[in-house]
Design a binder for this molecule. Sequence first.
Ligand code: 4AD
Ligand code: MG
Length: 476
Amino acid sequence: NKRVKIKELLTMQPDGQEVTVMGWVRTFRNNQFIALNDGSTNTNLQVVAGLGEFDDSLLKRITTSASLKVTGTVIPSQGKGQKLEIKATAIEILGDSDAEKYPLQPKKHSLEFLREIAHLRFRTNTFAAVFRIRHSLAFAIHKFYHEKGFLYLHTPIVTASDAEGAGEMFRVTTLPFDNPPRNEDGSINFKDDFFGKSTNLTVSGQLEGELGATAFGEIYTFGPTFRAENSNTARHLAEFWMIEPEMAFCDLEDNMNLAEEFIKYIIRFAMDNNREDLEFLASRLAEEEKQLPADKRSEMGLIEKLEFVVNNNFERITYTEAIDILLQSPAYKKKKFQYEVKWGIDMQSEHERYLVEKHFKKPVIVINYPKDIKAFYMRLNDDGKTVAAMDILAPGIGEIVGGSQREERIENLEKRMKEMHVPADDLWWYLDTRRFGTVPHAGFGLGFERMVLFVTGMTNIRDVIAFPRTPKSAEF
Ligand code: 4AD
Ligand code: MG
């Protein structure tokens, strides 16, 4: 008998055919009914181990989380809510489990507790649903760009540059910690380091992505990125995944259109392919929100929210308009914002959330930010004060996308780099794209975990990445 996955089995007819399934015991009731789960779906398979048909010594070993191989016949279920069940003819214990010591008791555990046993949390319905959806979204991302003819470019994890110029990098070195070689002025001499220079983990694949776009036309990256920013929030990770498309012959408007189409496409894909898991998470969220005061609850359920997002245009405003909205808001007048609001500020999450959650109540694309708060590579607008940047803000999340049209004019780019102390010598290869056949081009980065948060309705970014890395925390 070939093994059948439970998800597939549940779609079959209860016609008495014989099958083999394997999985982990969730519960074992009345010494007779096994709820078996194999990770393919949250719906447990009911296995009936007929009383008297199996040895007591075997039945004793059917404990929560023990792994089993079961062969049996597919019959109509007697119980409600399920079409079929398996009447076991043979049960083999693959692995015993001491249920007393098993940390996951068959009851509701808090997400905080589950974060402490992150090595086992995939075995809960909540995390199983989240990670199946995460998988689907990743697949949809490749599907979207493949269908559009973008080339998947594998940009390096170890780099010698700081793409964002923010200095939030993890260093990569093989030099000894206790006594590294030093220059005469006392600074560390990286000449003897593995790469012969100072290197770090990438913060973004964008600069290398631009090399690809100015040859292939359209590329995207999808890989891990690393930031040593000490932000201990529910939205920041030190290691997160980013999708970065980069397009030649493309301006800010095209960039916005692509980002909006892309986000809607992958949400729709999850809605079409992960219905059961989304419904599970939607009811979980509704249950959680019952604990909140009425004004803190979402106006829409999870699925309703996703439907709304794919069926409506994102709002598009300039940074200057965003600041005006904030200055005229009741929240500002009643001094509800903790941080200052005036033209030139880097908007704080309270400001972004006001715009999307209170004012527009939908995703918002904000463009044309002041040049002083954005990276060196963004294209200077004709006003000389703003750059062709775009951030997409999402309800419940805040910034989900950051992108821009790139500065393709070498004089402007070199001037910005000087002003912002970005070492031009290290980026000679980047500047070559502007020297040899420069073209207008644009791109953006979507934070994958923030996207997964949005789709699953989870609230802490640590709960949508398998092995979270945050300040003072890197288990595994
Ligand atoms: O806005 P960021 O810093 O933009 C860039 O890195 C550009 N090079 C992208 C590009 O134009 N190709 O980051 C992009 C997105 C953010 O909008 C956010 O969703 C996510 O990456 N992000 C993080 N997600 C989790 N934890 C962090 N510490 C993050 N920092 C950024
Ligand atoms: Mg950003």
